[in-house]
Ligand binder design. Structure first.
Ligand code: NOJ
Length: 571
């Protein structure tokens, strides 16, 4: 995998910092807590952590309301704690990705304080002010406009009124935000996940949005209107390209965009000549029905739509969506793990997914999420998927010595790291083994994906590679990494290429067949002969399969096919 940039072969692990590990007993996770758990992440095998916002914030939206783009909120620690975490992560070979929140700041940000103070303040135009509101809706319910008495105008807020939208058409604002990016890049941060990238630019004429004829009861209230004029505007692409150019001022960094759009629009965020986001987040697996045919379809559609040279990526969960194990059940969560880790490109997983963590029910008096507070009872709240990481079976799950900010739920007595580490068949073991398999079989990262078809309720695809990289220069095209130039592995002996060959044992041409039984019944599938590399049940590795293979209910297999036959085994 040496011919790939780090983020191309990475498994990225999202940490919601309030919920990962508390180190000071206040019931809220923090940077020193993350530091304490770095070795757990190394053992899990992930390559990078993405930490949701840690900047100073009144926490109206738990950090997605930033009051200083170049600081650390005391709830999470100090800048010295951050520097130490970054250094320690790097020492272990882990990259660190921060969350950048450019669409809006906190209403407590000094910029907004100045902006709202007078119509003539130089910062006035850093936010979006109008004499009259239009019909745009906030994602968190109600109008997107708030009247401000001091100056008698309305300001735009696509989320909470405590999150005023920044005006990216203003060059001074843009320069200030780009300098905030440079501040972190200079420190050595490895990249950014950009919050609501597709919303950053709005219609310059502020036209009303049309009604959404497809609106159904129970959907988020802002879906009453089609977001024609306040999302995915054409001008966004120039802006993303400029942001990418800032990130590219520093070597080997990554720009990831949070974008919830249908596949064709999503692809435009790679940008003209791929100068946009390195990775527009692919949320297809979060949104599609859980059936072999539905998943086969999104895989094919996504693959076909990828622009030439664009690098794919797959996401299974995040802090805004129900946990996968709650959506599809414990057994299928293992199938989902195998699916995720056998798809091409960059992988993003959410903390606790490796434990099969479920949504935790939140009683009305425990609600923290402003979305649920604004729109109660619609099932839109995000607290259930943000509960503390259960490290052990103790009352607070080893997460804190204090009172956790959200409950851990009853399940944590069984579903916790310590218990799953003791169990050789646990989902945690499965995740570790799958990540390892991905590292030792680069074909899973950058091989071709062939097939993606549903046979009965079994999803079937092949991952195929051509040449063993010892046949060519693995460092071609990555001069910075070329061993003759410098040693990128200094200080990480276990990873040093002279010590371990990631391609060792990889045949000249690999063909891996992935079979995922997405149903509750067993299935029998015709295959070419091969050897099982891994089963979701972790109990038939190394066994040979002949012309037929039986999959138990909810079983997934990765089979290394024998090389005698020529063409692909799938049709
Ligand atoms: C998307 C983030 O993921 C979500 O958590 C947040 O509430 C909104 N953007 C607003 O920043």
């Amino acid at each position: 995998m040496h011919d790939l940039t780090w983020w191309q072969h990475a498994v990225i692990y999202e940490i919601y910092p309030r919920s990962f590990q508390d180190s000071n007993g206040d019931g809220i996770g923090d940077l020193n807590g993350i530091l304490r758990r770095l070795d757990y992440l190394v053992l899990l095998g992930v390559d990078a952590i993405w930490i949701s916002p840690i900047y100073p914030s009144p926490m109206a939206d738990f950090g997605y309301d930033v009051a200083d783009y170049c600081g650390i909120d005391p709830i999470f620690g100090t800048m010295a704690d951050f520097d130490r975490l970054l250094a320690e992560a790097h020492r272990r070979g882990l990259k660190v990705i921060l969350d950048f929140v450019p669409n809006h700041s906190s209403d407590r940000h000094p910029w907004f304080q100045k902006s709202r103070s007078s119509r003539h303040n130089p910062k006035r135009d850093w936010y979006i002010w109008r004499d009259q509101p239009n019909n745009w809706l906030s994602h968190f319910g109600g109008s997107a406009w708030e009247f401000d008495e001091t100056t008698g105008q309305y300001y735009l807020h696509s989320f909470l009124k405590e999150q005023p939208d920044l005006n990216w058409r203003n060059p001074a604002l843009k320069a200030a935000m780009f300098n905030a990016l440079r501040f972190w890049l200079r420190k050595g941060v490895d990249g950014f996940r950009v919050d609501v990238m597709w919303l950053m630019i709005k219609d310059d004429q502020f036209r009303d949005n049309p009604p959404n004829p497809g609106y159904r009861l129970g959907q988020a209230p802002h879906s009453h209107l089609l977001p024609v004029y306040n999302s995915d505007r054409l001008e966004i692409h120039g802006l993303v390209a400029e942001m990418r150019a800032v990130v590219d001022e520093f070597p080997d960094r990554v720009l990831i965009g949070e974008i919830y759009l249908p596949i064709p629009q999503l692809m435009t965020y790679y940008g003209v000549d791929l100068r946009g986001a390195n990775l527009p987040f692919n949320f297809q697996l979060l949104q599609c029905a859980w059936s072999a045919s539905a998943v086969a379809e999104v895989i094919s559609e996504y693959q076909q739509a990828l622009p030439d040279g664009a690098w794919p990526n797959w996401v299974l969960g995040n802090h805004d969506n129900a946990r996968i194990a709650s959506r599809i059940g414990a057994r299928q969560a293992r199938v989902a793990a195998m699916l995720l880790l056998t798809l091409p490109g960059t992988i993003t997983m959410y903390y606790g997914e490796e434990l099969g963590m479920c949504n935790v029910p939140i009683a009305p008096d425990q609600v923290q999420d402003p979305f649920e507070k604004n729109e109660p009872g619609l099932g839109l709240g995000r607290d259930p998927e943000r509960t503390p990481m259960p490290w052990d079976a103790s009352t607070a799950g080893g997460f804190t010595n204090g009172w956790p900010w959200l409950p851990l739920g009853d399940e944590h007595e069984i579903v916790n790291v310590a218990a799953l580490e003791r169990d050789d068949n646990s989902i945690l073991r499965l995740y570790r083994n799958l990540i390892q398999l991905r590292q030792t079989h680069p074909v899973l990262v950058n091989g071709k994906l062939e097939g993606a078809v549903a046979e009965q309720n079994v999803l079937r695809y092949e991952r195929t590679s051509d040449l063993h990289p010892t046949n060519k220069d693995p460092f071609a095209g990555t001069p910075a990494l070329h061993p003759t130039n410098k040693d990128p592995f200094a200080g990480t002996p276990a990873l040093h290429p002279t010590n371990k060959d990631p391609f060792a044992g990889t045949p000249a041409r690999e063909r891996l067949l992935v079979l995922l039984n997405m149903a509750a019944e067993a299935a029998q599938i015709s295959v070419k002969s091969g050897t099982v590399l891994i089963s979701t049940h972790l109990d038939r590795e190394g066994t040979k399969v002949g012309s037929q293979v039986k999959l138990r209910a909810g079983e997934g297999l990765v089979i290394s096919l024998e090389q005698s036959s020529g063409g692909p085994a799938v049709r």
